[in-house]
Design a protein around this ligand. Structure first.
Ligand SMILES: O=C(O)CCC(=O)C(=O)O
Length: 255
């Protein structure tokens, strides 16, 4: 397994080719410290709206919210409007400049998807199988980009994201995916692609940009420290949510 930073370059061309891009140290100093503090407080308070590990039924997750570890939060939701530090990051010049370059359009932050503080807990976190984020989203074009800010170190041991370069450009058949639209690991043709995966090992303040069609996965957290990441999704102005769907359920924010 190679780590992604070995391959990353600063260019839109790299993103268009690979479906991801890392900007090392995009956030630093006091701004990073303020974001880390806000995240720590949110995790400590443990307040909803949130998605619980038990809700997703992924491998390794507690069976139900009543089971041991069932109250483990996987991600805090709607965080753009829950902490001024998160809002500032989501609208920041650093983020919007990269997105405008990649999208070549005005950019909107999407409140309906991601918009979350991911908290991967040591004991009860689960494994996320290979998928495309767009699978449950509804837009008239599949060109959204998610922005993943590492607030701590993201490593193999604590469940750093794995991505398969170039898969945002691939037109798969329905049979490449299972019923829940996870990319099947039992097909040799899929496995060949999975073998080409790269790991996004990140330092605090590094930002990963990834396309909504890029296949990605992550393992559980095998350390004794919570891994925390802030994740927002964006769409170009020219891409619209389909009316009446969950993607249209919250107003988007022009950044
Ligand atoms: O960190 C993880 O477990 C993966 C999360 C993920 O892939 C997602 O939220 O789409």
């Amino acid at each position: 397994m190679v780590t992604m930073t070995q391959f990353s370059s600063d260019t839109a061309e790299f993103f268009n080719q690979n479906g991801y891009l890392i900007k090392p140290g995009l956030v630093s100093g006091q701004r990073l410290a303020a974001l880390q503090q806000a995240a720590k407080e949110m995790v400590k308070k443990g307040e909803p709206p949130a998605e619980y590990e038990a809700d997703v039924h992924y491998e390794g997750a507690p069976q139900s919210r009543d089971a041991e570890g069932g109250q483990t939060i996987r991600r805090f939701l709607q965080v753009f409007d829950r902490a001024k530090e998160f809002k500032q990051f989501g609208q920041s010049e650093q983020v919007s400049a990269v997105l405008k370059e990649l999208m070549q359009d005005d950019v909107y932050l999407v409140r309906s998807h991601h918009n979350s503080l991911m908290s991967k807990e040591p004991k009860y976190s689960s494994q996320t199988n290979w998928h495309r984020d767009i699978r449950y989203w509804n837009y008239d074009c599949e060109n959204l980009i998610s922005v993943w800010l590492a607030l701590g170190h993201e490593t193999k041991d604590n469940g750093a994201l794995l991505l398969i370069p170039g898969t945002h450009r691939v037109e798969f058949e329905r049979q490449n995916f299972d019923e829940a639209l996870f990319f099947r690991k039992d097909l040799p043709e899929n496995q060949a692609l999975i073998d080409a995966a790269v790991m996004a090992e990140l330092n605090p303040g590094d930002v990963l940009f990834f396309h909504c069609r890029t296949l990605h996965a992550a393992s559980n957290n095998k350390t004794d420290q919570t891994k925390v990441s802030l994740v927002f999704t964006y769409r170009p102005a020219g891409t619209l949510p389909l009316p009446g769907t969950r993607s249209a359920s919250h107003p988007d924010e022009k950044i």
